[in-house]
Design a protein around this ligand. Structure first.
Ligand code: SF4
Length: 353
């Protein structure tokens, strides 16, 4: 609902929902497709200019819906070109979205909740707890609005990662609905599912549903290879310990040539020792996996430290020598607090898997 107009943002309606809504009012399903193409492919904000729709249909849509843009409350640009948007929502809440330049393209890191309930100790978002879930439309709008800006600037926005504020699987329905629009090549935002990645702390009961409901990439925020360390870093591990989580990952149906990405934030003296690397290799045995090693981004009020470069290199070498794919991801946007773990929000590692 748009609080200013009492109308529903049309981005809250997925294709099937809009088709059903129009069908009971006597319109055909291709009419819904036309509307959605105007909204997502042509970035149109006004039903009146949707000239291939009949006047009665345009009137009906304008009576019930609005096409909302998020308010840009602030934009910060880092020295490496990373841009962090602070978006205002209709009820006055705010979320952060990060546009990250990569070699030859851009990646957008979006939020799925205002705040987060998961309490990961390395993450700034955790400090304020969960305020509320984002709606489907608010998740999509981050993509649609930045895509418009990217197009205006001639930027190639190809990848989307759900690694900003919030735990996506804790807001399951809205996230899956939003993904269906973001990856709809015909009527939606048109991102390839291969270039969209959902990152989770591992809410195990939702993993099987996720594989059935979407075809986007899965990333698991792992960060430790033993239960004691992981539970100390991530309270979720007490509910779903490593054995349960890894069993769910093993059972996760992967398409050919796809892998699960395991994110591992390296924290000095906590999870960066040779024994940790050894346990990590053993834990991932038999899973089509790729490890993203993310040296910790230090932030005020957090005692964790980033390991020395030699330690990071040695950890990666140990994984590679054991035959495990592992890359080191250096977060971008650290000087504007847009890097992994620095969002008021989030843990965006600065690159898609
Ligand atoms: S790392 Fe992710 S899941 Fe954990 S508290 Fe931060 S936003 Fe939530």
């Amino acid at each position: 609902m748009n609080f200013a107009t009492n109308k529903t943002d049309i981005q809250e309606f997925t294709g099937p929902r809009l088709r059903a809504w129009l069908a009971v009012r006597g319109f055909r399903s291709f009419h819904a497709d036309q509307v959605l193409r105007w909204v997502y492919r042509r970035q149109c904000d006004d039903f009146a200019v949707m000239t291939d729709l009949s006047k009665p249909l345009r009137g009906l849509l304008a009576d019930h819906f609005c096409i909302r843009r998020l308010t840009v409350d602030r934009v910060a640009t880092a020295t490496d070109g990373t841009r962090k948007f602070l978006f205002g929502l209709a009820d006055g809440q705010q979320v952060e979205t990060v546009l990250i330049p990569e070699r030859g393209h851009h990646t957008l890191c979006i939020s799925t909740q205002v705040g987060c309930a998961q309490g990961c100790r390395f993450c700034m978002t955790a400090r304020g707890g969960l305020v509320r879930n984002l709606t489907c439309g608010e998740i999509i709008a981050q993509v649609r609005d930045v895509a418009a800006l990217a197009a205006a600037e001639g930027l190639k926005l190809t990848n989307v990662v759900l690694m900003g504020m919030g735990e996506p699987l804790a807001n399951y329905r809205a996230v899956v609905d939003a993904l269906s629009v973001i990856t709809d090549a015909d009527c939606g935002a048109g991102f390839s599912a291969r270039r969209v990645t959902l990152s989770t702390v591992g809410l195990v009961p939702h993993l099987a549903d996720l594989a059935a409901d979407t075809r986007v990439n899965l990333a698991v925020s792992l960060n430790a290879a033993d239960d004691e360390t992981r539970s100390a870093l991530m309270p979720v591990n007490r509910r779903y310990p490593l054995e349960t989580l890894m069993a769910a990952c093993r059972a996760y149906p992967l398409a050919p040539r796809r892998r699960i990405t395991f994110e591992y934030i390296l924290i000095a003296g906590v999870n960066d020792r040779p024994g940790d690397a050894r346990r990590l290799v053993a834990l991932l045995h038999g899973i089509r996996a790729k490890v993203n090693l993310i040296p910790f981004n230090e932030h005020p009020g957090c005692d964790f430290r980033r390991p020395a470069q030699a330690v990071v290199d040695a950890f990666q070498r140990q994984l590679l020598d054991a035959g495990q794919t592992a890359v080191v991801r250096y977060s971008k946007g650290a000087d504007i607090a847009a890097a992994c773990g620095q969002l008021r929000g989030g843990r965006c590692p600065g690159a898609a898997p």
